[in-house]
Design a protein around this ligand. Structure first.
Ligand code: PLP
Length: 454
């Protein structure tokens, strides 16, 4: 075959996440070797503008020496210790305090995990534990949204609202229910305004809660702006309405800020953008710029104190990971958050983000483009076979796959979510780099349009 030795070894021994393993054996992996700023380089010497910041996560860019130094310092001092059974260490203490400060006191306690999936599984267990502590043993169902993404472990995959995460995995768990996705472009009805659409989403949620029985529904979880489901920006009035329904029926509100946390939307949290007052907030990805695996479950006073007191009665909060609060990961997170603050990257997400949004919206007239949406430094361009009728491609994903592949030829890494192309560049991106990114994408679109002959 034409594979390099490294590609052949990869194919032989490594099974990849989110990969068609049969196709992988003919396509082979592209091997990324190093990164610098917003760029990565493969082992053939090709340079790519990483318009997805890896997996929505490398806020400070690749090759940031301060994070390397922070990791090295901690590795030399105390490479590992745990946080079980009355042990702690200073990086985890300092980060917990910093995160609480960063929420401006809205959250008061932090529980650390290694990944967003584990964090969301932890949330499910905390919600159940919380309601057991309150004697509400029937109140256990959790409502999420179709197309929502919360991870892949058994409970988090159950909350995820994507067919591919359920099919043939015997999921979702029966406690997990899915309400509609606030995707106005696709789900809005003819003649319906965005405000009416949001009201319909609210009514649907309320009907679901009543149908299930409010005494059985414990929580609602959502990403302020959906990421992996297609970068879905809800109508402005959506979250206020959802929040009111949750309060009416005594549901905990869980903001999954794994993508939106730390400035992605131009404010510290997506919750700030939409006025969400979560009881529980989930953070990961940009928390360390993904230089180390880390996630955090943040709890408000009420949830924290109920769980805390119940652990006293039971003798333990029987949950935790070997690497909960890992000293190297938390040390890297501290330095990463320092950089985000010192370099005003949240502000950059707002200002350079506005430039990116405007530049992508200039492509709205392109024959392949159905909708351009986004906020701050996250955006999506949804491709359609027919602009007027919004008819999708057949098969779905055909144009997305073509753009994904062609973009590499133009030195650009994007993500294709079926036929929706996602952009989520590092928060350090400059306006000049945004222009370059959008120009590469526009060229790609033209080339794909010719190849699809639409
Ligand atoms: N929640 C959201 C909103 C995510 O985007 C992701 C990952 O993409 C997760 C949870 C799961 O995180 P992980 O892949 O670290 O398990």
């Amino acid at each position: 075959s034409s594979f390099s030795p490294a590609q052949s070894r990869d194919i032989k021994h490594q099974m990849h996440p989110y990969t068609n393993d049969v196709a992988h054996k003919t396509i082979g992996p592209r091997i990324i070797e190093r990164g610098e700023g917003i760029y990565v380089y493969d082992d053939q010497g090709n340079k790519f503008l990483e318009a997805m910041a890896g997996l929505w996560s490398v806020a400070v860019g690749f090759g940031e020496p301060r994070l390397v130094e922070a990791a090295t310092r901690q590795l030399q001092k105390l490479p590992y210790y745990h946080t079980f059974t009355h042990k702690s260490h200073s990086p985890s203490i300092e980060l917990a305090e910093k995160l609480v400060d960063y929420t401006q006191g809205r959250m008061s306690r932090v529980f650390f995990t290694n990944s967003g999936s584990e964090a969301n599984d932890t949330v499910v267990k905390m919600v159940w534990y919380y309601n057991n502590a309150l004697g509400r043993t029937q109140k256990k169902k959790i409502i999420s949204r179709k197309r929502g993404y919360h991870g892949v472990t058994v409970a988090s995959a159950s909350m995820t609202g994507l067919v591919g995460n359920h099919r043939d995995f015997d999921l979702p768990l029966p406690q997990m229910k899915h309400t509609s996705c606030p995707h106005f472009y696709r789900e809005g009805q003819p003649g319906e305004s965005e405000v009416d659409f949001a009201s319909r989403m609210e009514a649907e949620l309320e009907a679901m809660i009543i149908q299930e029985g409010p005494e059985t529904v414990a929580a609602f979880i959502g990403e302020p702006v959906m990421g992996a489901g297609g970068v879905i920006v809800p109508p402005d009035t959506y979250w206020g309405k959802i929040q009111a329904v949750c309060r009416k029926y005594d549901l905990l509100i869980i903001a999954d800020e794994v993508i939106t946390g730390f400035g992605r939307l131009g404010k510290r949290f997506g919750s700030d953008v939409y006025g969400i007052e979560p009881d529980i907030m989930v953070l990961s990805k940009q928390i360390t710029s993904s230089y180390q695996p880390l996630a955090a479950v943040m709890l408000n006073d009420d949830v924290a104190s109920v769980i805390s007191e119940h652990s006293g009665r039971l003798g333990s909060f029987g949950h935790g990971y070997t690497a909960s609060g890992h000293p190297v990961a938390t040390a890297v997170a501290i330095e990463n958050l320092n950089i985000i603050q010192e370099r005003k990257l949240v502000e950059n997400a707002a200002t350079t983000g506005a430039i990116m949004q405007a530049a992508l919206r200039e492509l709205a007239g392109h024959p392949l483009v159905g909708e351009v949406r986004g906020l701050g430094l996250i955006a999506a361009v949804e491709l359609v076979a027919d602009k007027e009728s919004r008819r999708p491609f057949d098969p779905l994903g055909k144009a997305g796959a073509a753009v994904y592949g062609r973009a590499h030829e133009n030195g650009l890494i994007v993500r294709a979510i079926q036929d929706t192309i996602a952009f989520c560049p590092p928060l350090i991106i400059t306006p000049e780099q945004v222009s370059d990114m959008v120009a590469r994408f526009a060229k790609t679109l033209d080339e794909v349009q010719k190849s699809l002959q639409v």
